[in-house]
Design a protein around this ligand. Sequence first.
Ligand code: NAP
Length: 228
Amino acid sequence: MAVALITGANKGIGFETAKQLLELGHVVYIGARDVDRGEKAAAALGARFVQLDVTEDASVSSALGTIDSSEGRLDILVNNAGVLGHGATDGPTALHAFDTNAVSVVRVTEAALPSLRKSSNPTVVNVSSSAGSFWAVTNPDRPEFGLPLAFYSASKAAVTMLTVQYAKAHLGIKFNAVEPGTTATDLTAVFGVGRAPEESAKVVVRWATLDADGPTGTFQDESGEVPW
Ligand code: NAP
């Protein structure tokens, strides 16, 4: 039985990831920035809840402190919270996208490292995107080629690079970036595309539940490695 924290788990892929990890018998903390939304989601699943705004240092350190005090370790961290970051092409919009999608990975991972080090099988999944793959966005045959989401793509490229750098810096902890698959959630509602979150959560869960000697520093989707 593992202790897991998923950020942005009150809905979408994060919520379904929490549900599936619970079904596997793990202890699951739903991280959500809004107390009401987070408590409702946790109650619906029988999960635990921690208030966690990935853009707020105090919120992040308090959430990880709560889990460490209660559980004494963290085995699985899923950095899932994210925003599309669309709208104006200006500094504040870019900062918000990079803060929520990429800087959050640093903020949450740094706060989680002491608890992850107490695990016998510490695993971090960074929910990235093929929209952040240089290969995909420069390939006219790929849907990412025509995606008009510069800050989303750039911030997810940063998530993937951070995954590789964390994997190199912390050899005892597995860090993998995952493209979950195009999914119908509030994030993609403007495009009206995607499959059910349950399907995409399976990809996240698979990479969150690796054996201790599993791969690290990779970028995966459900078919295998995604070219950078
Ligand atoms: P979603 O349904 O919109 O869920 C996003 C989650 O992130 C929500 O729980 C949201 O909470 C949370 N969040 C946003 N800002 C936050 C903050 N500052 N602090 C804490 N939580 C915050 O979208 P989704 O599709 O499930 O996305 C989950 C992840 O998958 C994202 O990283 C996304 O980039 C990635 N992804 C999605 C797709 C896709 O096709 N959907 C494809 C590739 C990758 P609130 O309810 O409070 O806003």
